[in-house]
Design a protein around this ligand. Structure first.
Ligand SMILES: Cc1cc2nc3c(=O)[nH]c(=O)nc-3n(C[C@H](O)[C@H](O)[C@H](O)COP(=O)(O)OP(=O)(O)OC[C@H]3O[C@@H](n4cnc5c(N)ncnc54)[C@H](O)[C@@H]3O)c2cc1C
Length: 432
């Protein structure tokens, strides 16, 4: 049966390449069309001043099982590819939570009850909150904002600002007053509430194109598939017995197509097909949030006290010492997630501001040799309360959707993207 299938995949980001690798493993012929010169989409390597960067510093969590499994399947070595840290949230000079190596949920309870920077009653409130969420199996009857949920469970302002807000913003890329409490709980269920290994933080030692999409492309080719870069799909033509894809290089016909392009591009492609206009409308209604990454190259001797740590009440939210993580000595990445005042500064001002914060907080007297701000203005969807996300099945039964924004448990993350790609691939079982 597999021989009759042929699948076209639009988009070579994490969702598209996850779908491609999953189908290739089953022996299904696949062709990936990627409009950019390189694979990876919103998680891709970029070069600046002969230095390998990413379009944004990413982290993975130990509970990203599907992503980690696929990385290994296509030839990665998860032990080598990441610096794996026990769950540790440090806001410099202000707050520290560190999980001891104990069986779940003891590791979390000890971490919460021994957190530094909170009063005893705040630590107890935090532990009580997690126990209350365990009792309801992390499932709310109705979605509300994360801030409302935390407030309803007696979490103090300081506790929210120092612990829950940094977790919510880094996991959902959405401020707590807008963020879906249910999606936050989904992430807490699988990470903080999971095993010690599930709560670990994984900082990649190689760039995000190399980590998975490039390896997945090799894997797909080895299994008889094709991966085309600089080959954008310009139109989708549904047929009775398949789907045709139009590119500048010509037309190709497939039994099925998985559309894993970025939402704005999917909307453009779908709008030209009458049956798909309602899906395009739904995609256009999705709100977005930005992520800014400020890279600062200092002389090689400059380091931070930890590979990853945060700031309280600063522009820079999380700092990554790329020297400690990936041997890129003196390179610091500062991440600023979600909307905020930083968007009012131009890149030169923002670079200076972050350098000033590093000087004030760590006494770094050296000036950066260069800085580079990468502003992803539509980095992820805004994970708002009750956000309607499009299903993976479309009104055209041999055309499927994949991508971090499609319906699912997770916010816009690599794991959400990968899971959607695997689900779409697994939906394809026979010719239409
Ligand atoms: C700065 C930043 C930081 C982030 N940090 C984290 C993090 O720490 N942890 C985490 O888990 N997630 C993080 N994310 C989110 C994560 O990167 C995304 O959820 C994930 O990469 C989305 O993958 P995707 O395949 O769904 O979409 P995309 O990556 O957008 O892939 C879509 C692909 O389709 C291609 N395409 C578009 N139109 C066409 C067309 N017509 N024809 C062919 N190809 C087309 C695009 O070029 C692109 O390669 C971050 C995102 C950003 C931007």
């Amino acid at each position: 049966m597999a021989k009759e299938l042929s699948v076209g995949i639009i988009g070579g980001g994490y969702a598209g390449m996850a779908a491609a690798a999953t189908l290739a493993a089953r022996g299904v012929p696949v062709t990936v069309f990627e409009s950019a010169k390189q694979l990876g989409g919103r998680a891709r390597g970029v070069w600046h001043n002969d230095t390998q960067l990413d379009n944004g510093q990413h982290i993975l969590l130990g509970c990203y099982h599907d992503t980690l499994k696929l990385i290994a399947q296509v030839g990665g070595d998860v032990g080598q590819d990441f610096l794996r840290l026990p769950l540790q949230l440090t806001l410099h000079n202000r707050f520290e939570l560190k999980a001891p190596r104990l069986p779940a949920p003891l590791h979390l309870l000890v971490a919460l009850l021994s957190a530094k920077g909170l009063s005893l009653s705040e630590r107890i409130q935090a532990a009580r909150f997690m126990l209350a969420m365990r009792d309801i199996k992390f499932k709310l009857a109705h979605d509300i904002s994360a801030l409302d949920l935390l407030g309803a469970h007696g979490q103090s302002e300081d506790l929210i600002r120092l612990m829950w807000e940094p977790i919510c913003i880094s996991a959902l890329n959405t401020p707590t007053h807008k963020a879906s409490a249910q999606v936050l709980l989904n992430v807490l269920r699988d990470s903080l509430n999971g095993s010690f290994a599930d709560s670990e933080m994984l900082l990649p030692r190689l760039d995000f194109s190399a980590l998975f999409p490039d390896r997945a492309a090799q894997y797909v080719k080895k299994h008889g598939g094709t991966v085309l870069t600089s080959c954008g799909v310009e139109a989708i033509v549904p047929l009775d017995d398949g789907v045709e894809l139009l590119t500048a290089q010509g037309t190709q016909r497939f039994s099925h197509v998985i559309c894993a392009a970025s939402p704005a591009n999917i909307s453009r492609l779908f709008r030209a097909v009458p049956a798909l206009i309602p899906v395009a409308d739904q995609i256009d209604a999705i709100p977005y949030q930005p992520i800014y990454t400020v890279y600062l190259q200092y002389p090689a001797h400059v380091t931070l006290p930890h590979p990853m740590l945060g700031f309280d009440r600063c522009f820079a939210q999380w700092l990554f010492d790329k020297g400690r993580i990936a041997g890129q000595h003196g390179l610091i990445a500062a991440v600023i997630s979600a909307e905020g005042l930083h968007q009012e500064l131009d890149h030169a001002q923002l670079g200076k501001k972050v350098a000033q914060e590093l000087r004030e907080q760590f006494g770094i007297t050296d000036a950066p040799l260069w800085h580079k701000v990468i502003a992803e203005k539509r980095a992820t969807f805004s994970c708002d309360v009750n956000l309607l996300r499009p299903a993976q099945i479309t009104p055209i039964n041999n055309l499927l959707l994949a991508g971090d924004f499609t319906a699912g448990d997770y916010p816009a993350t690599l794991e959400g993207a990968v899971m959607s790609g695997i689900r779409a691939a697994n939906t394809i079982r026979s010719t239409p």
